[in-house]
Design a binder for this molecule. Structure first.
Ligand SMILES: Cc1cc2nc3c(=O)[nH]c(=O)nc-3n(C[C@H](O)[C@H](O)[C@H](O)COP(=O)(O)O)c2cc1C
Length: 205
């Protein structure tokens, strides 16, 4: 690829990542009712495993019956907030999954303080039926914006939901879904880095 073309492509990608989409909801300067919604520590369970394998965007699945009604009742969509993981002391086990990709429940044993794994971290949520995958039951999935070295199924997660970004959408390609999730991540990071949102990290201590 020649340099002019490469440069133009980079500019287009930056423009796409920073421009707002028609379906984005304006995000208020600080959280407005019903936010913040704060949970207790919930179990991190395995989903279908497509987040990591097909999208390259791993998500922690939370049993919907463990979250407060206020979170359960939210409209389908993409949300943002903060989360904190706690490991638990339990024997590791392997759980077979329908798609034959086994899940290692290690309860967070391999997480590292020095890697910031136990910090209060920014997150994006998908709440709903994942129209792209035609799920039958409502799920609450969390992508934690952090580089983990290992999975942590079985660990506990406490989180707050601080705002809404957009509705869940259907897509014709996985690439389009990935591009939108990456844009959600950019939006969440930008908002969560402001003082009015950062102060909601404290409730997770
Ligand atoms: C921030 C974020 C936004 C998402 N937006 C959508 C969406 O608009 N439509 C959709 O079908 N799935 C959406 N998803 C869900 C992905 O499809 C989901 O993570 C994927 O199905 C993996 O789920 P699994 O690990 O249970 O297999 C989103 C996920 C995240 C983390």
């Amino acid at each position: 690829m020649n340099f002019v073309l490469l440069f133009e492509s980079i500019i287009l990608i930056i423009l796409y990542m920073t421009s707002s989409r028609p379906f984005d909801k304006p995000i208020p300067k600080s959280p407005e009712s019903p936010y913040p919604i704060v949970t207790n520590f919930c179990d991190i369970v395995s989903g279908f495993g497509r987040g990591s394998a097909e999208l390259g965007i791993p998500t922690a699945n939370i049993p919907i019956d463990q979250v407060p009604n206020a979170a359960r009742d939210l409209e389908q969509g993409v949300y943002f907030g903060f989360a904190r993981i706690e490991s638990i002391d339990k024997e590791e086990r392997i759980e077979p999954r329908e798609n034959h990709r086994n899940v290692e429940y290690n309860y967070g044993k391999y997480l590292e303080q020095s890697n910031g794994d136990f910090d209060i971290l920014p997150v994006v949520f998908s709440i709903g039926l994942n129209p792209f995958y035609h799920n039958k039951h409502r799920t609450l999935e969390i992508h934690i914006i952090h580089e983990f070295k290992r999975d942590f199924y079985g660990a506990k997660l406490k989180f707050n939901i601080l705002g809404y970004i957009r509705p869940e959408l259907d897509y014709t390609t996985a690439e389009a879904l990935i591009a939108d999730i990456n844009k959600d991540i950019v939006i969440a990071k930008r908002v969560l880095d402001t003082d009015d949102y950062k102060k909601f990290m404290q409730v997770l201590l």
